[in-house]
Structure formats: C-alpha cells, structure tokens
Ligand binder design. Structure first.
Ligand SMILES: [Zn+2]
Length: 155
C-alpha cells in the first residue's frame, strides 16, 4: 500500500511539474491547465538560500542543501541526534518543484512524528500548504486536484 501510494503521489506531482515546466497552459485530461511556471535554481547556493528563508518563515529548523553526485533522484534525510537535516539534490534536481517536495519532508520531520507515512496524506497536505506559502496557489490547487483524481487522501 505504501509503495502504491508513493508511486501515485510521484505520478501526480510529475504531472503537475510537467505543466509547470511547459511554461504555457496545457491540456491535461481534457482540461486546459495553467499554473505558475516552475523555475530552475542556477546554483546550489540559490536552492540553499530558498530553503533557509522558507524554514525561517515557517519556524522550522534549518536544512542543509548539497549535491548528490552520481544519483538520479533527490533525497531528504532528517537530522538524527541533533544533526542538521539535509536535502541532497540530484544533478537535475535543482527544479524548485523538486526542492519543495523535499522541503515538505522537512516540514513533517520537524513535527517529530515518526509514525507519519513518508508519502502519505500528511505529506501531501504539507506539500500543498508549502506551495501556497511560497506563492504557488495555482500549483497547489492543480496538485490537489491531481491527488484527488488519483484517489489519494489528504490530511
Ligand atoms: Zn519524497
């Protein structure tokens, strides 16, 4: 169930990111969809600054951002034992939408609830709230619709 749910969550996020990276309205499932464009950070430090500011605004502990060389996917690790949490970005992973996915993990991890499913309903709600917080309300609305259409629950 957790695997199926993770795959469905990724799929919905990928669909939304495709529209956001298209840079123009797109027909998805027979509907014309228009969201704020996705942007690519031009340097790791830029992605780091974005995370630092977002964490400050939300009152979250800081998170380090580094490059995950030789990998094709980005990754989040909570700061165990007082260490700093970390977002490791794959070489292609400097899209803002990818960084926001990893930051949503940080939001959940910072609540300290270890029972929360990594890509479950709380994660999806945290991701949507984060999109709204950083001014991507249409992306949030579209992603919520895609989650719902995929039968994914929201906390
Ligand atoms: Zn994830």
């Amino acid at each position: 169930m957790a695997d199926r749910e993770r795959e469905a969550t990724y799929l919905a996020e990928d669909r939304m990111a495709r529209v956001a990276r298209n840079g123009a309205p797109m027909v998805v499932g027979g509907r014309l969809v228009s969201v704020e464009p996705d942007v690519k950070f031009t340097a790791l430090s830029e992605a780091g600054l974005f995370c630092t500011l977002t964490c400050l605004e939300l009152g979250l502990p800081p998170v380090d951002v580094r490059l995950r060389r030789g990998e094709s996917t980005s990754h989040y690790s909570p700061g165990h034992g007082g260490g700093t949490a970390e977002i490791a970005l794959a070489s292609w992973g400097a899209w803002r939408s990818v960084v926001l996915h990893e930051l949503a993990h940080h939001v959940l991890a910072s609540r300290g609830d270890s029972e929360v499913e990594a890509h479950g309903s709380e994660f999806r709600r945290a991701h949507l709230d984060l999109l709204v917080h950083v001014g991507l309300a249409r992306q949030a609305q579209e992603l919520e619709r895609m989650f719902t259409e995929a039968g994914l629950r929201l906390a």
